[in-house]
Design a protein around this ligand. Structure first.
Ligand code: SAM
Length: 451
């Protein structure tokens, strides 16, 4: 195995996971904590000698970081994700050149005007500053818009207080009634999602999502939405003025809400020259948890059945997302490294006398996760142009009884079994495992494919 620990490019920001100030426009319209930064994508576009007019795929596109960077490079961009909020973010960000700013400004004015009237009617005041841990302003009226009990059960407890939530729901209703193009509506919905998490909720990220001790009893939600849309308008002017994203206008974009394990049919006939992506890792993170508020607020989840259906589309990266009938491990073709890792985890569980339902699933997560990635790599092959380059950003893990999972190395073996050339493993950065303090690598697995 070729393991490169040196920086692969002369990028002075190599290893820095923060978004650089010059990349904030558009990328900051909505981001995940687990998103990688645009300069990482640029490093690999340079290294791969990616050309304008070629096609970049991000099969786990999240909030669209690589797609926006690829378009700025003049490439056509294809993004897949199973999370509808990720698809919304990727769609809006990659369409920044097509957004009619005059229409967006007018639409914003209209929905905020209507929402303001409705708030006043209900006695809701859009205070200048958030109010923390205070008694409610007024008794909660039955007329106050609220979520159903089923929807509430999907949220982390106390994610959001009733007054800010009511304002968000009033804005949502105004956006739904708006007579506007799908893109204008999507811009407003994305800004609403950002407002919900960043300005109205009681959520913090570190990087796990958690509920803050200080609860926002109320928050200036309408004005926060206005600020977020005004920032979008400013960024659009900036990029149209030639900053960063200018070549994007000529390139094409496709964003599909779909499973990256079975994409060959969905993308039939497309030719992909480069893949830059960051899939989930087997790290016990439930990827739907960090976005529950947005999923419920924008109407993508109404009850547990919806949540279960969504989770079933995700790669199996945590013990709460393993289902009877999961068979992704059959794509491993007896890979001995994954099998012995899974056996080691199960043996450690028995040795420690751990008996919870979740702990019993750990060895299954390992088999199903790597099996799912093998399935993904298989379904990708027919779409790749000869000599296509691929970069997978993945982290090592020690979530299962502190047994170290060398994610990039194992994926490299699986890719080699499938006929990919393993170019190398570049160290992106190192983190400390919370429980053991052990050093965990975050790597970029670099592959090449000759048909
Ligand atoms: C680490 S995040 C990617 C973040 C992204 N690089 C960004 O900058 O925002 C992994 C993504 O994989 C998505 N995902 C999980 N399982 C998937 C599947 N089977 N097919 C497609 N996407 C999936 C998750 O919804 C999540 O958005």
């Amino acid at each position: 195995m070729k393991t490169a620990t040196a920086e692969p490019t002369a990028d002075p920001h190599w290893g820095d996971n923060r978004v650089l100030a010059e990349d904030a426009p558009v990328h900051d319209w909505y981001r995940f904590v687990l998103a990688f930064p645009p300069h990482l994508v640029r490093s690999y576009l340079e290294r791969f000698d990616a050309q304008p007019g070629q096609t970049l795929l991000d099969p786990f596109c999240g909030t669209g970081t690589s797609l926006v960077a690829g378009k700025a490079h003049g490439m056509n961009a294809i993004g897949l994700d199973v999370n509808p909020i990720a698809c919304l973010a990727a769609r809006v960000k990659t369409s920044c050149h097509e957004i009619n700013t005059k229409v967006l400004r007018k639409a914003l004015k209209s929905i905020v005007g209507k929402a303001d009237k409705q708030c006043r009617k209900l006695g809701l005041v859009d205070s200048d500053l958030p109010l923390f841990n205070q008694a409610e302003q007024a008794p909660l009226s039955d007329d106050l818009p609220h979520l159903t009990d089923e929807e509430n059960r999907l949220l982390l407890k106390d994610s959001i207080s009733p007054f800010p939530l009511a304002k968000l729901l009033i804005l949502r209703a105004a956006i739904r009634k708006l007579d506007a193009s799908p893109l204008i509506r999507d811009c407003l919905l994305l800004a609403l999602a950002k407002t919900a998490v960043a300005d109205a909720s009681n959520l913090g990220f570190g990087p796990e999502v958690y509920v803050l001790k200080q609860k926002k009893t109320d928050a200036p939600v309408l004005s926060a939405l206005e600020n977020n849309v005004h920032q979008m308008l400013k960024d659009i002017e900036l990029v149209r003025g030639g900053a960063g994203l200018s070549p994007a206008m000529e390139s094409q974009t496709t964003i599909i809400q779909a499973d990256a394990r079975q994409m060959s049919e969905k993308l039939k006939g497309r030719q992909i020259h480069a893949v830059i992506t960051s899939p989930p890792y087997p790290n016990e993170k439930d990827y739907t948890r960090a976005v529950r508020l947005e999923l419920v607020l924008l109407g993508h989840l109404q009850d547990r059945k919806d949540l279960r259906a969504l989770k079933e589309d995700f790669l199996r990266s945590n013990s709460r997302g393993i289902y009877v009938g999961d068979k992704d491990d059959k794509y491993l073709n007896g890979n001995t490294r994954v099998e012995s890792l899974a056996q080691e985890i199960e043996a450690r569980r028995l040795e420690l006398g751990k008996t919870s339902g979740f702990e019993k699933m750990y060895h299954k997560v390992v088999r199903q996760f790597f099996g799912g990635m093998a399935w993904h790599l298989k379904s990708l092959k027919p779409l790749l142009a000869p000599g296509a380059h691929l970069a997978y950003v993945v982290g090592d893990q020690a979530s299962f009884f502190l047994i170290h999972i060398h994610t990039a190395e194992i994926l490299a073996e699986i890719a080699a079994d499938q006929g990919y050339e393993v170019v190398g493993i570049d160290l992106w950065r190192e983190r400390r495992a919370t429980a053991s303090g052990a050093s965990l690598r975050e790597d970029v697995l670099v592959l090449k494919y000759q048909t």
